[in-house]
Design a protein around this ligand. Structure first.
Ligand SMILES: [Zn+2]
Length: 67
């Protein structure tokens, strides 16, 4: 994942951390057999990379795909 851009502002988004107090890192859970996420190559748990737009504050999250 390189240089994600805000769809509204078209500026480069900054890496950030999205979390809940004391709960550690967010991840996506992809346990379903044959689900679309599994077809994309995701394992059971994939951490999320988070980016924040410095202009409007939009936060986007990307599952860390193996490719
Ligand atoms: Zn923005």
């Amino acid at each position: 994942m390189t240089d994600p851009r805000c769809p509204a502002c078209a500026v480069e988004m900054e890496p950030t951390t999205v979390t809940t107090d004391g709960a550690g890192t967010l991840y996506v859970k992809t346990e379903r057999d044959g689900g679309i996420l599994q077809r994309l190559g995701l394992g059971d748990y994939e951490p999320l990379e988070s980016f924040c737009c410095p202009e409007c504050g939009l936060v986007r999250q990307y599952a860390e795909l193996d490719d």
